[in-house]
Design a protein around this ligand. Structure first.
Ligand code: NAD
Ligand code: AKB
Length: 316
């Protein structure tokens, strides 16, 4: 990786991935891009306006900066996707197709982040295997399975070096999440610090896999740097770090903020999506093929989130 383009770079993952990549490969080697514009005061490296659904915009950015690797983050997430399924299809499928076409023409490698949303209600729900039934019932999930297949196709048919992971819900304190079903696991920390209470849209026993952002960033870099001979899969590796319900997360927060109160006001749309996803996934293939190992569990993530968010909010 000598020159990198990140699409959707101003979202929850991109806000931290760009910085991590710049630290690793050099500030000028990483071009951030999005359809949102960055305030001039926040620009600390190359930035381009790139709508990933416009082939010429992706191509121009790749040519102008002689890009050899694209981290394609731009997408609509699960909750927003169900509100605007047609737009979700256009952005998620249009985006990955345009990125893959430019990658094919320009010889770029591509990172594609899939999700636990690529599974559905007929998937084995506990310790979901790497290779299993994938019949998702959300438009987001449909675009994630299709994206995984398209990435595999471009590797097998055209030799484009496509790689990816299936992320669980991601927890972070830099940028707020962008409209997913697992957003509660981030919002709860803001509310616990500010108001000592949180009203959760998912039921108390909704069990899902999650991961803290530092582990997610490492997963992205490690899968892209993995020796290709070791990879029998490419798109996309199950990766996970922790597993909990809203009630268990609230209990962990209460160890630091004893007065924290959790209420439930179930959002039927969100609950339906969460119930269609696995309770837990099996990431042994990622562990054996490229050495994946998370560092944060529920306890260490909660401690770090509260410390860092308290510091951030005290300066706002
Ligand atoms: P996000 O919603 O926070 O950010 C997405 C970014 O894409 C936004 O900055 C948005 O402006 C941009 N965007 C939207 N339409 C665009 C377009 N047409 N062209 C260019 N940019 C556009 O998302 P995120 O949480 O950072 O997720 C990034 C990727 O990781 C997505 O593909 C998502 O599906 C995947 N993922 C995220 C999670 C998670 O928990 N955050 C979990 C699994 C997979
Ligand atoms: C969402 O909830 O949509 C995302 C995801 C798990 O893909 N966080």
């Amino acid at each position: 990786m000598k020159k990198i383009l990140v699409t959707g770079a101003l979202g929850q993952i991109g806000s931290e991935l760009v910085e991590a990549l710049r630290e690793r490969y050099g500030a000028d080697s990483v071009v951030a891009s999005d359809i949102k514009m960055l305030p001039a005061s926040d620009v600390d490296g190359p930035f381009e306006f790139v709508d990933c659904t416009k082939l010429h915009q992706v191509r121009e950015a790749v040519n102008r900066h002689q890009i050899d690797t694209i981290f394609h983050l731009a997408a609509l997430l699960s909750a927003v996707g169900e509100e605007k399924p047609q737009v979700a299809w256009d952005v998620n499928m249009g985006g990955i197709y345009k990125v893959l076409e430019v990658a094919r023409q320009s010889g770029c490698a591509v990172f594609f982040p899939s999700s636990i949303a690529a599974f559905g209600p007929t998937t084995p729900a506990v310790a979901t295997p790497q290779d299993t039934i994938q019949r998702p019932t959300t438009i987001y999930g449909v675009t994630k399975v299709s994206g995984e297949l398209l990435c595999d196709y471009y590797w097998q048919r055209f030799g484009v070096d496509t790689r990816g992971v299936r992320f669980p819900g991601l927890i972070s304190h830099v940028a707020k999440p962008g409209g997913g079903t697992t957003d509660y696991a981030v919002e709860i920390f803001y509310e616990a610090i500010r108001n000592r209470r949180y009203r959760c849209g998912l039921g108390p026993d909704t069990r899902l896999d999650m991961m803290y952002m530092p582990d997610a960033l490492r997963a992205v870099v490690e899968v892209m740097e993995a020796e290709p001979e070791r990879l029998t899969h490419r798109n996309s590796f199950n990766v996970t770090a922790m597993n909990f319900t809203p009630e268990e997360l609230a209990a962990e927060i209460r160890r630091h903020i004893p007065e924290f109160a959790m209420e439930y006001e179930i959002n039927p749309e969100l609950q339906k999506i969460a119930d269609s996803w696995p309770d837990s996934i099996d990431d042994r293939e990622a562990r054996s093929q490229w050495g994946w190992a998370p560092e944060y569990d529920l306890e260490s993530m909660t401690r770090d989130m509260l410390e860092r968010l308290e510091d951030k909010l005290s300066h706002q």
